[in-house]
Design a protein. Structure first.
Lengths: 314, 314
């Protein structure tokens, strides 16, 4: 099965009736607690050799990355993260030398956004794996569903840095890779603050965190809403040192992609001023279910949504 | 580090301030929502080659076991299970042939006790692993803390069957192993109904699910309360086909161990009548921090709390 087939298939095994608001095709499971109070839950694992290699990840880095990839899911739903549970699978005896920096990295990232580690499970395993389940809350969950024709597509920061790092680390020693690319891959900042702003103003018509590449994640928004999208190549922010291909189809950027009705554009300016940041309008939602890139020469290319494939078992 | 050292060490990395009521040394993390409303969270993983082998586990069985081991933690805290998130790590392409029976087993066990699968993550992995995070709720959480000198020690059903199965499966073909032992290991029933009864009557002074062996789990109760215990050998219920050693130190029984003040003994009788079951009073709590077994010849042996060691990395 492809990942898409699997998610479609999973639907019949997932419970999605009140108070469970949304399960599949979302960054978080959304459960309604009160009229305007929602529980957000997400879980994300890092598996040795699949998601990381210990030759370029320290245990501190792994703790940070595990926290951030989960926090990023909460951010995409406009949530405030609260509690985390860790499952730690280890092939070697648990030892302060690696457990301490791992837990420091994990807690540092969680604590930064007001979340805390409150439990878990430690098991022996043939390989290292780390699984985090993170809970959050929000009054107004942002979903993938909601983007409409004409909505403007924003990304929160330059893309492709994480992918460029992974390309370079195959051939270059770690110390020769530019710091900004290392940071993009190892310490991707979850967009919790932005997500909360968008949620509190009920401003984003849809959102997703870019974990599997811009095109693939944008296409998930499009499919969920039976729409398409047009991107302007010159508007796509690319991390210095990365390529357009990295920005379009590289994974693990953890930037936020969100759509906004053109009539609310001025409110984005207000958030930019408040947060002292700049967000990037990279295109708009189309009525037809296709993905286009308008090149710098104004050529309109039809694209295939390509990105990180979690189900590539070759 | 031993498991005990690890848990002691973990304390400093776990957040345990209001509203977080209890994190380490419990079957679940307990978070207080309202004065008499508590959220219970637990997470438990099954890892290929460590916790199961596919030569005697079907994928259906694995789904059941994963659900039951987590449900059992909720049961030990007197909770009602609600929502589950699954992380599925697979070394082979996801395929209906194994995913369908796995999800059927998982959902069948969850649904039986009113819990539902509401989300998760699927990742590629060098080996199979399954991680479940389960949420529940209760008005009166049963903790390990609370057992007092003189309290009677109960177990909910005969012990040792799971351990006897694991011993036999090393040398005998699966079909030659007695059904009751197969059932004890593969389909251990979580004591949700009993846990809820004990909680609603505020009857158990402490409880734990016997996942790592009677002696080890009883000792956890003792340590948490700075007390000891005396067991009567002839009172310990042993699953037919299992040995006393299986019952004392074998893991994965998932029976409930709980303590009750002698003044409330009549209420246990009421629950037995209501549930049409019989529970087993196997000993009592002592003031001194030691563990004794009184043999059938009335000899009093001092025991070491031995059981399944999750941290045996040899």
């Amino acid at each position: 099965m492809t990942e898409k087939e699997w998610i479609t298939y999973l639907k019949k095994h997932l419970f999605e009736k009140p108070p469970v608001f949304k399960t599949y095709n979302e960054d978080c499971t959304v459960i309604q607690k009160e009229e305007q109070e929602f529980l957000l839950i997400t879980t994300d694992a890092l598996v040795e050799t699949i998601h990381f290699k210990l030759d370029y990840y320290s245990f501190f880095d792994l703790g940070v990355k595990l926290a951030n990839s989960n926090l990023s899911d909460i951010a995409a739903c406009g949530g405030e993260p609260e509690w985390a549970l860790l499952t730690l699978g280890s092939p070697i005896p648990v030892d302060v030398n690696w457990a301490e920096p791992f837990l420091q990295g994990l807690n540092q990232s969680l604590n930064k956004f007001g979340a805390h580690l409150v439990g878990g499970d430690t098991v022996k395993s043939p390989f290292f794996f780390f699984n985090l389940t993170l809970f959050g809350k929000t009054n107004f969950p942002i979903l993938r569903k909601g983007a409409k024709e004409g909505d403007l597509i924003f990304v929160s920061r330059p893309l492709g840095g994480s992918s460029a790092f992974l390309r370079m680390v195959k051939t270059s020693p770690l110390k020769e890779i530019p710091e900004n690319l290392k940071k993009a891959h190892l310490y991707p900042e979850p967009e919790i603050i932005l997500g909360k702003e968008l949620s509190s103003k009920n401003l984003a018509t849809s959102a997703i965190d870019i974990s599997d590449g811009l095109l693939l994640d944008l296409w998930r928004i499009c499919e969920e809403n039976s729409v398409g999208a047009e991107l302007l190549q010159e508007a796509i922010p690319i991390e210095p040192g990365a390529t357009l291909e990295d920005a379009l189809s590289g994974g693990e950027d953890y930037a936020l992609l969100f759509t906004v009705s053109p009539s609310n554009l001025h409110q984005i300016g207000e958030i930019e001023t408040k947060l002292k940041r700049k967000f990037f309008c990279i295109g708009k939602i189309l009525p037809e279910k296709d993905l286009y890139l308008v090149s710098e020469k104004k050529e309109r290319l039809k694209l295939k949504p390509k990105g990180f494939d979690h189900f590539n078992f070759k």
